[in-house]
Design a protein around this ligand. Sequence first.
Ligand SMILES: NC(=O)c1ccc[n+]([C@@H]2O[C@H](COP(=O)([O-])OP(=O)(O)OC[C@H]3O[C@@H](n4cnc5c(N)ncnc54)[C@H](O)[C@@H]3O)[C@@H](O)[C@H]2O)c1
Length: 379
Amino acid sequence: MAAKKPLRIGMIGYGFMGRTHSNAYSQVNHFFDLEYKPVLKAVCARNAEKVQAFADQWGYESIETDWKKMIARDDIDAIDICTPNNIHKEIAIAAAKAGKMILCEKPLAMNTAEGEEMCAAVEKAGVANIVWYNYRRVPAVTMAKQLIERGLLGKIFHYRAQFLQDWTINADVPQGGAATWRLDAEAAGSGVTGDLLAHCIDTAIWLNGKIDSVSAMTETFVKERTHALTGQKQAVSIDDAAAVMGRFSNGSLALFESTRYARGHKALYTFEINGENASIAWDLHDLHRLKFYDYRDEGPLRGWKSIHVSDGDHPYMKSWWVPGLQIGYEHTFIHQVADFLKGLETGTPVGPTFRDSLETQKVCDAILASAKDGTWKHI
Ligand SMILES: NC(=O)c1ccc[n+]([C@@H]2O[C@H](COP(=O)([O-])OP(=O)(O)OC[C@H]3O[C@@H](n4cnc5c(N)ncnc54)[C@H](O)[C@@H]3O)[C@@H](O)[C@H]2O)c1
């Protein structure tokens, strides 16, 4: 067998996403037949002891405590950005200037203006780039895309999606700092809109095309929280919940909701699409199933099908176990790495690229702007 081409990874940040990505790099060549093989060259974070412990656990060859030093290394081909949102832009632009490929966590940036700069930088440098909107690569979600492209739904009327959590209901949860940077607009850019709704929007644009306009309301239910770093009570500047109406270019209507105040829901991402002939529904808590209803299935047995997306002719599934056995959340990241490496092999970029993800960023910004002044925003 020909030797694999190494893709030397330098990963910045080793938290939740650092773990999912490291797992994906380690697993991908076991399951997918690819020319390239990721090499865990270096991991970077500010605390040397902790990052060394992570490197030892996951098999990274070396560590850095300053991301600029990592970008300057000539033994690294690709920079993986797994940090809070407020440093995505600076790292991505520096990495592009150094000629590195970039795999960036979502949301692309703090706002559209930053995203535009990042797109310009990667496009000028001509470096491969991708954003980790991983839910596209749940096999059932990819299958939804295939069914829509085959025209099975016909004209689409409605797209509705929700992403619900409940972890910030307690007013004693602090904001800011290492564990709760998501509650601090300085680090996150926005609240649920950039964190959760961005996933719904990326999938929606991918499945149903451009979103033209939105009207939104947001709410911040807990107005003050103690800042984890200063110990001071400070006004909360993120959106805790967002409810959005919108219009797609294809004439269909959008309804999106995300919140961290839906008691009982930990990470419930659902979407449903209603077309003239058929409807599709998907639920992250049952992620291997695609619900499908087709009115052309005549007779008294007409009804919603619950398709167990686990057979060899379902997206990605021939690379896994035997038909009928399902896979899970972590596999979406493995699929993303597999597709990215295949894209390098074939020279065909795979999405979502920075440019694709800028569109999601624009919709998020329009939602926040609409919630502020109560008017419709055109994208
Ligand atoms: N694709 C998804 O479904 C998904 C899920 C969760 C998070 N995310 C995104 O991933 C990114 C990281 O989120 P997370 O949940 O992994 O966060 P996390 O808090 O678990 O990890 C963040 C990491 O960044 C490191 N870091 C922070 N500042 C740094 C700096 N200046 N230099 C080097 N390292 C630094 C921290 O040490 C930590 O290791 C965010 O952009 C987030 O929106 C995406």
